[in-house]
Design a protein around this ligand. Sequence first.
Ligand code: I3S
Length: 142
Amino acid sequence: MRPRDSVYLHESNDKSSEKCGNLNMTKITEHGKKVRKNWTSYWIVLQGSSLLFNKGQGEKIISSPRDVLSLNVLCVYQKLEFSVELKGGSVNWASKDKSSKKHVLELKTRQGMELLLQSDNDSHISEWHKALTEAIHTYAWE
Ligand code: I3S
């Protein structure tokens, strides 16, 4: 278990499915039971098959290219609240009955958690849809 309030760095290549950024999130089901919505802004880091939810502002540092084809992305996060395992999960655009907000993704985990991810920026949320879909697909068979 990682101590809280330390600084963590996660470096990846920008062509991989790994990424970080701010999204609004609410859980709607936990351990298979419906829970009351509580929309909160998180700094989210996609790291392999894990999605890390951090309170407070993180940082995405794009460092000098090591080669001409790829940038290096450094995701900095400090206040890890919780994480979810994507392996065996699914992500889809949420239906209108799930939320009145625009640009909402519904993420379901094998552990029985369902949560909504939202951004007012449609290209931002589309990138997350792509990255999460790729991560779920990549780790599905491991
Ligand atoms: O699915 P719901 O119940 O319509 O979701 C809304 C409520 O959770 C509401 O909270 P209260 O029931 O405590 O007033 C939230 O403030 C809204 O944001 C929720 O709806 P959206 O459509 O924003 O997900």
